[in-house]
Design a protein around this ligand. Sequence first.
Ligand code: ATP
Ligand code: MG
Length: 432
Amino acid sequence: MLSNEVLKETILSNEHFILKDLDYIVPREGISFSEDLKKVNVLYGVRRSGKTYILFHVFKNNKASSMYIDFEDERLDGFNLTDFEKLKDIFFEIKPELIGKKDSIFLFDEIHVVEGWEKFCRRLVEREGIKVFIAGSSSKIMPHEIHTSLRGRSWSIEIFPFSFREFITTKGLDINEKGLVYSSKKPLVKKYFLEYLKWGGFPEVTLASSNYEKRKILNEYIGAMYFKDLVERYKIKNINLLETLWEKIFSSFSKKLSLKAFYKQFKDKLPFSKETLYSYYNHFIESCLAFEVKKFSDSEYVRMRNPSKLYLIDTGLSRKVKSEDNGRLLENLVFLELKRRNVEMFYFQEQNECDFIVKENENLSAFQVTWELNENNKERELNGLLEACKQLKSDKGVILTYDYEDELKLEGIKIDISPVWKWLIIYHSFFK
Ligand SMILES: Nc1ncnc2c1ncn2[C@@H]1O[C@H](COP(=O)(O)OP(=O)(O)OP(=O)(O)O)[C@@H](O)[C@H]1O
Ligand SMILES: [Mg+2]
């Protein structure tokens, strides 16, 4: 059991740190906390995406009524279930004016390290009227693993690296400035967009001042993702298989990945079973490092039989990027933005192909992504979009490009062609 002094000192020093020492927090967009006060807000997602900073931001906005605790803080070594009650009592000792009110906010980071945390959090929200936010990178707080005692009482929010709008905020541009994308700042926006495309949106990478530093940070993340989030977390035994699959996944972004073909190609070289391959692959998906998009079809059988397309959590992590891969990076960025908007996505493949069929509130729309529209690809890209729109019975489609803008009407279908950087900034509320 920890002493009252240690707990009090931890609460107060955290408060001091957040209010006095932290000077720069980029406000995050599109995060909607639960309006049901009886739910624990759970922030999960890839490591270093900014979960802890979101807790800090909530604290700053609710200075008088918040407590932040990081359970991986070495001062709290040995913290156990019985200490929770004590922690709560000390908080109310420090802030007696909150007793009996429903305003208190408890921000718990990496709380999964304390056995039995779910029941305590549940009691706080259900019986004591305290708002609870938890964050962490552990699989224990991810939706598929969250403990049954919290199921139905948790509100999970996936946190991604910075969006482009958040990214350019760090550069001093005001994303709410009217006409930003038409103003004299347009060349700047485009320059930042290429930087974002290349380095991705991890906050620390974004804020690093040199390319050397950015690369170093990304390499550290990659190492930690590999060893901590995969090898250690899932107790991986077949390292050769994991390494080969890792290379394959990180170079197959915005492409289909056929596990069957992978199995055929490598089963004799590395030896492994189909089951092991599928379980390793699922670990990538469960760890939020990569996402899959299935083929658009009414039939579950067709969706399962066809290989999925793969996208990475951040374009800065992609491998083997040559300039001709820019179109794939662009597609991965569009995927991430759609994912942030919490829509369901599929790829379309019939006579022709279309990159995304987006489903939101039962509405279906088609998106095609290409670096540019030129004589070589124009017909193909348009045919894919038109076929998809016709199948969806939609009279509108969108083509996103690096820098080309136009509006067409073909076969009764309106096609809006827009640069991705502009779409990311001004069509922010496209789905809202
Ligand atoms: N909103 C933000 N404004 C400014 N900097 C940020 C912001 N979010 C994250 N950062 C920077 O990125 C770093 C990592 O963010 P943070 O610690 O919040 O990530 P995390 O998701 O909690 O990581 P972990 O999974 O390792 O716990 C921070 O130390 C900070 O430098
Ligand atoms: Mg954290």
